[in-house]
Design a protein around this ligand. Structure first.
Ligand code: PFF
Length: 462
């Protein structure tokens, strides 16, 4: 079934590098990075709580004005340099300028995000097993809440599930880009869509489903405010995995003939579609059984099990739902871990399996602080936050926006329009001059200003 791996050749150095081997592979891996736990617990609730269709319009604008240009910029840089995030910026920047620090900040952000993201993924994987065994099959939220509490307050369970997830990701990454990341995401992405559609249809068929759809889609323009606009932009950032070198790294694996703007647009729309489907799978069911919509862990691990336990065939659907969530988390985590792995392989010439082992080991150590944030280290706080919350805060509110601004400024003011145009047109093969001009204009003047506003607002300085 698996096709022969076609190494990507680097015209500059003549080296051959592991990379994605087909157009579908590029799409599956890149979409795999964008689609994640963000679609399942963050997007639907944030949409419903902030004005439904009105919020969607704002989110769409944020994605088009901020997400899309930065993603296109990152992928272009990566594909041009065909190198890891640090080397890419080092190679493309004029000598003596320290733009590679942006790549380094990306590696640090990848570590911080993976530390807490892997813990949430750990709960999801644990819930696949708990759902199969019927441990969480109760329609009483008090019971499902106690079950979740028992899991997260147990340090060993939290640690072992997290380490298990990291080992699984490391096992996939050790196979390489084509035979690991691409091969796995090509199978998982179609599975994700099938599961979402099955659960969505079931949810829509429930009596009272309309209230859930109304929560999601009824426009309530009165809820739109400056801070809602900023929430939408922050979400677009996290959703599209930008601002931290992930897309530079994946861009370096893109094929030379890949149409970067078209692929980016497809990833963005497919990611949006997954978020909508997740909302359609979740909220009609939540409302149909009279539960309150919630956000974050309590939606996923307390409300959802109770909702499924209330409906016919709920046991099977609950298993499918957590498998779906595990699938979504896997594609996102692979892209997060690939950032440091590619740096070790590219900069320090460490073999891929050893680089993967070092990354997993380091993450097991750093990530442990997040696994223990709900139990042993619950009272250990820095700036009033547990490690879990601190890592989330530092990455989302500081490192990602800062990385995004720097990428815009680098492409807009240093790399320049000619280079961007050469890469986006595949050296004149595609005639997409208008798109290039638009992306360039956004990157140079508009997007960095918008991101700066999000960041300052997030930090409470505005
Ligand atoms: N895009 C992922 C999600 O929405 O869950 C999260 C993510 C993955 C963020 C990879 C950053 C990243 F590099």
């Amino acid at each position: 079934m698996s096709k022969q791996t076609r190494p990507v050749s680097n015209e500059a150095t003549g080296n051959s590098r592991d990379g994605f081997t087909s157009s579908f592979g590029v799409l599956a891996a890149t979409l795999g990075s964008a689609v994640g736990l963000g679609n399942i617990w963050k997007f639907p609730y944030v949409t419903g709580a902030n004005g439904g269709a009105g919020f969607l319009v704002v989110y769409l604008l944020a994605t088009l004005l901020v997400g899309l240009p930065v993603m296109i910029a990152e992928i272009s840089l990566g594909r041009r340099a065909k190198a890891d995030a640090i080397t890419t910026l080092r190679t493309l920047a004029p000598s003596g300028q320290k733009w590679w620090l942006v790549g380094l900040s990306g590696v640090i952000a990848a570590f911080l995000i993976t530390s807490f993201y892997s813990e949430v993924a750990a709960w999801v994987f644990a819930y696949v097993f708990k759902a199969i065994r019927g441990d969480i099959l109760s329609s009483d939220p008090a019971v499902t809440s106690a079950a979740f509490g028992a899991l997260i307050s147990d340090p060993w369970q939290s640690l072992l599930w997290q380490w298990g997830v990291l080992l699984l990701m490391g096992g996939i990454l050790a196979f390489g880009v084509a035979k690991g990341i691409e091969a796995v995401t090509k199978k998982l992405m179609p599975l994700l869509f099938i599961l979402l559609i099955v659960i969505g249809i079931r949810s829509l068929m429930l009596p009272g489903a309309a209230a859930g759809l109304a929560f999601l889609f009824t426009p309530d323009w009165s809820k739109l405010s400056a801070s809602v606009v900023l929430v939408a932009m922050g979400l677009a950032f996290f959703k599209l995995s930008i601002g931290m070198g992930t897309m530079i790294t994946y861009g370096s694996y893109f094929r030379d003939e890949q149409n970067i703007p078209a692929t980016t647009f497809r990833v963005m729309t497919a990611d949006l579609f997954v978020s909508m489907l997740a909302g359609i799978a979740i909220f009609p069911a939540v409302f149909s059984f009279g539960f309150q919509p919630a956000a974050g862990p309590s939606l996923l691990f307390i409300t959802i099990p109770a909702v499924f336990a209330s409906m016919p065939f709920g046991h099977l659907l609950m298993v499918l739902f957590f498998v779906l969530s595990a699938v979504a988390a896997t594609g996102a985590m692979l892209s997060l871990l690939e950032v440091p792995v590619s740096v070790m392989v590219g900069r320090f010439a460490i073999s891929r399996p050893v680089a993967t082992a070092i990354t997993v080991l380091l993450l097991a150590l750093v990530g442990a602080s997040c696994a223990l944030s709900n139990n042993t280290l619950a009272d250990t706080k820095l700036f009033g936050m547990t490690f879990f919350d601190l890592f989330d805060y530092l990455s989302s509110n500081i490192l990602l926006p800062l990385g995004g601004i720097c990428i815009c400024l680098f492409v807009g003011w240093i790399w320049g329009k000619e280079q961007l145009s050469a890469t986006l047109s595949n050296h004149g093969v595609l005639s997409n001059g208008k798109i290039v001009s638009m992306v360039y204009l956004l990157l140079k003047f508009i997007t960095p200003v918008l991101i700066a506003l999000v960041m300052l607002k997030g930090l409470g300085w505005l």
